[in-house]
Design a protein around this ligand. Sequence first.
Ligand code: GDP
Length: 525
Amino acid sequence: MSLTDEIARRRTFAIISHPDAGKTTLTEKLLLFGGAIHVAGAVKSNKIKKTATSDWMEIEKQRGISVATSVMGFNYGDYKINILDTPGHQDFAEDTYRTLTAVDSVIIVVDVAKGVEQQTRKLMEVCRMRNTPVIIFVNKLDREGRDPFDILDELESELKISVRPLSWPINIGAKFKGVYNIFEHSLDLFTPDKQRVSERVEIDSVTDPRVDEAVGETDAAKLREDLELIEGVYPEFDTEAYLEGKVAPVFFGSALNTFGVKELLDCFVKIAPSPRPVNAEERAINPDEEGFSGFVFKIHANMDPNHRSCIAFVKVCSGKFERNAPYKHVRSGKTMKFAAPTAFMAQKKNIVDEAYPGDIVGIPDTGNFKIGDTLTSGETLHFKGLPSFSPEMFKYIENSDPMKAKQLDKGIQQLMDEGVAQLFVNQFNGRKIIGTVGQLQFEVIQYRLLHEYGAQCRWEPISLYKACWIESDDAEALAAFKKRKHQFMAVDKEGRDVFLADSGYVLQMAQNDFPKIRFHFSSEF
Ligand code: GDP
């Protein structure tokens, strides 16, 4: 198969949701259709029992953060599908943001009873920043929930994206009878069943009398009415608008009952994008270029203290990746060869000889890689767009063992390179501040510093509201700001200026008083 054909058949995406909406269940059902697994229950939930959130080692066990579930590849018809897993726990949200930089599209799962929840809203923001195409799956139609029209309105207003239903439910909860597939003009009847594919009624259009036979006259009339309303309110589905991230097609179903899942998948493979050009600082890279290029979007540490090794996950952006071929590690300028790159097919981790754009390769690593590193056939390229977001929690990190200061520094450095958290150095007092999304990361850092680097740290409180990146076109204004706020100025690990605001009020005042300064809440601007 030619490179172009290999690219055209690839679909690399992530499923995102608020915990409990049904991401794990949906993932598993998609794998079942791909023949990647044979029984339900085979996919480990990476969800964490609420009772255990204070003990992250326990959490790691529960998550079973087996590398195997990080990327799930399988074939479906002519398509090669790569699902990138995202951690369910919100303390690891930064991981999810980075994973979203490596996908070409996203499926969002929403619980029909709960509607749009907080984490979904946040993740959608990241998708919007990158114009990532999204498809929405409204799940749990077998349970009582909200009116589907209300759900559509909520999706639009909360996720700030236009929506277009491509399937439509006939009732909901105990009276749920099935969905009308607007995309394919077919009717699928619901039978509660955890394994089988739904029963399809062959119809010509929604006016076909067979619809009345199948669901009864009253429900058929309601369905026709609903569809008329949909056609009146929502413009016709436009694949281009979807690909530009402007409109999200919506499907209804029940993942647990494998209902509406195949319809979702069939539409997904047809409309979802294959790998697209990626912007590097130097130029745009087309996937079908001959030269290989890729970037590291995730580093997965081995939690076993006796083997300090990691796996660097590389997303192939262009050309063909080959085992044992010499590649340039752009940041160090070194040439590297990889004897044991792995990929994940049908739940098995295998050594691969080649990989194509859209694929993810796992490279065993002992500390050479940083998040965002680029590998190429020789060209110097830097991929853009691995954003850091302003952390939610901050603590000073202090050395508890003066004999181990070097180890501590090295450990902090490497953990930050892995993307475990963010480091800011206060320019006023030189103290190091670690910023995280949640309490768990502080525990992870402390544990790993001790077990992997033999260094002991302790945390000291700092009261900060937000850290934001600042810039200005006016050098004088920038200097004036930094002088005025000198106690609150820090630099991130790239040396960029960061303003540490200790309250929302202070931040707002600063924004009012210094109109020439731009304040950014993510590092990508
Ligand atoms: P995740 O946290 O998003 O990965 O959610 P899970 O896939 O683990 O699902 C959370 C719970 O919802 C589990 O108990 C599932 O069995 C249940 N669930 C998932 N899909 C459905 C569905 O379609 N109907 C019903 N009734 N329950 C579902």
